[in-house]
Design a binder for this molecule. Structure first.
Ligand code: GUN
Length: 297
């Protein structure tokens, strides 16, 4: 079997077109969704993610307040900026790009964000609401993965899903979302990690494998069954002298070999990445609607 490639760029473009129409309608009612963006330090990968997020806002008509702070920024300065954005009625969503430089207290910053503006879904209030199945901002990467599966026609209900990786941003929230007793969830989920004894014994029985370990070749062809659906969340830089930048991006999955066995697979780049940004836009629009008293589904 050769897999159907899930085109994350196309799915993201379709969703952004829908959002653009919605933003235009909100503007007619005098509502302009706004996102406050904070990047601390000069990490190159974070810089490129944040630039992509700012551009995406501009493209669909979301106002963005972009803040690039030096790596030496103090905890107090960062907290003051978050507080200012909490009070700013033009801002419906606050995005503090992670990871923060080591000297800063990430948990304290996330806790300071008004849960009603927490469009990343990282505030413990939103994490808790999601866990118990209440309406909450859903974290962007897991939510984007679920949208990719659904819009590709993959059945999640009843599926055996194996997630490789237990991060707070992807593995843990995704597992929670997939086990909810709700339509488009109801999956049976196993979360594997660096201390898992026999990773292939789990991945081999999965209908859907989600690789979010942050290491190339974590999932190889011998580790999956014929017809598996594979979502690759990894973004790893590997040296490549033939490239102008000196590196290329690869995921956590041995794409070339696994695609010969899978029924669906996401590429890197062009799979999950564009969806993460799209779901951030989605949450920002949803937040603006809530702030304006418009009912959201
Ligand atoms: N770093 C990696 N992914 C994310 C994300 O979705 N949001 C934020 N704020 N930081 C990240």
């Amino acid at each position: 079997m050769t897999a159907q490639i899930i085109d994350g760029k196309q799915v993201a473009a379709d969703m952004r077109t829908e959002l653009k129409v919605e933003v235009a309608k909100l503007k007619e009612q005098g509502i302009v969704p706004g996102l406050g963006v904070i990047l601390v330090g000069e990490d190159p990968a974070s810089q490129s993610y944040v630039t992509a997020k700012e551009r995406a806002c501009e493209n669909i008509g979301i106002y963005s307040d972009n803040n690039r702070l030096p790596a030496e920024t103090s905890q107090e300065e960062l907290m003051a900026l978050v507080e200012k954005m909490n009070k700013d009625s033009k801002i419906n969503g606050i995005l503090v790009q992670l990871p923060l430089p080591k000297a800063l207290n990430e948990a304290e910053v996330l806790l300071a964000i008004d849960p009603a503006k927490d469009v990343d879904g990282f505030h413990p209030i939103n994490v808790g609401k999601m866990m118990v199945g209440e309406k909450a901002f859903l974290p962007c990467t897991p939510h984007g993965i679920i949208q990719l599966l659904l819009r590709s026609g993959v059945t999640i209900e009843g599926a055996e899903v194996v997630i490789v990786g237990r991060s707070n941003i992807v593995g843990k929230p995704l597992a929670n979302m997939l086990i909810q007793k709700k339509p488009n969830a109801n999956a049976t989920v196993t979360v594997c990690h660096t201390r898992t004894k026999n990773l292939p014994s789990h991945t081999k029985r999965a209908d859907i494998v989600i690789a979010a370990a942050g290491r190339p070749n974590t999932v190889t062809a011998d580790m999956v069954k014929e017809g598996v659906v594979v979502i690759d969340v990894g973004v790893n830089r590997v040296e490549d002298a033939t490239k102008k930048k000196g590196y290329r991006l690869v995921g956590d999955v041995d794409f070339e070999a696994v695609k010969e066995k899978a029924s669906f697979i996401t590429p890197v780049p062009g799979g999950v990445g564009p969806m993460t940004i799209t779901m951030l836009l989605y949450n920002t629009v949803e937040s603006a609607k809530r702030a304006a008293g418009i009912e959201v589904a």
